[in-house]
Design a protein around this ligand. Sequence first.
Ligand code: MF3
Ligand code: CO
Ligand code: CO
Length: 258
Amino acid sequence: MIKLKTVSEIDAMAVAGKAAAHALRAMKSVAAPGMTTMDLEDIARSELQTHNARPALLGYHPRFSKVPYEFATCISVNDEVIHGLPSRQRILREGDVVGLDLVADVDGWLADTAITIVVGKGSPKAQKLLSVTQEALRHGIAKATAGAKMGDISSAVQRLVERNGFGVIRELSGHGVGTEVHEEGIDVPNFGIAGKGLPLQVGMTFCIEPMVTAGAPGIKHRPGDPWAVVTRDGSIGAHFEHTVAITESGARILTALS
Ligand code: MF3
Ligand code: CO
Ligand code: CO
């Protein structure tokens, strides 16, 4: 069952979304060689607090894990695509490709957003991977209108990525979001067929989150690390994510800065 949201509930999610967007911006603006990924986690926590938001991932117990998550953010470096753990040992270096993902909670309403950044100056390949993944997200959002189908979003994301010579990860999708990080009933694949799939309705709120690799799109886990999802071939990965609501007038991005 899909929990449709009212206009005022969507407004409440947008408050959380703004806090989340500000936390990402703060992390991006300070990221520099020599910092640790835990330094970025600390900045996210304080920025969320400034916006009266609770870090929804802290203590969150996803279905796929035996234990709850212990951080406010997921910070995924280079071949880590998602669910990298902040660490005092992980020192950022020039050229590192770093995914920043977090969920803010204000008064029980959640919003989930992610960006990928390059520390210092990135390689042309890394820059292209990031811009293509971000553009794929924009193309997906443009299809998120009432009366369309989920496959319209999925195929728009896939097409943009593949046209640029990259591949989407097929095992990982976007999801419903609202009062929980992952709400049942909505799945947002990053590949699919236009005109097929779930009909989109006013009041749906979900995350669109393309996950793209520079090499082959296969993924794996490292022995001993149940969290980080890494590319099989060691190539770099990128991840951009917005929470959107389907409104009468199209998609509303709930995780924008303003
Ligand atoms: N923010 C992630 C997403 O986009 C969820 C992280 S789940 C966690 O779906 F367990 F790793 F925290
Ligand atoms: Co996320
Ligand atoms: Co998400």
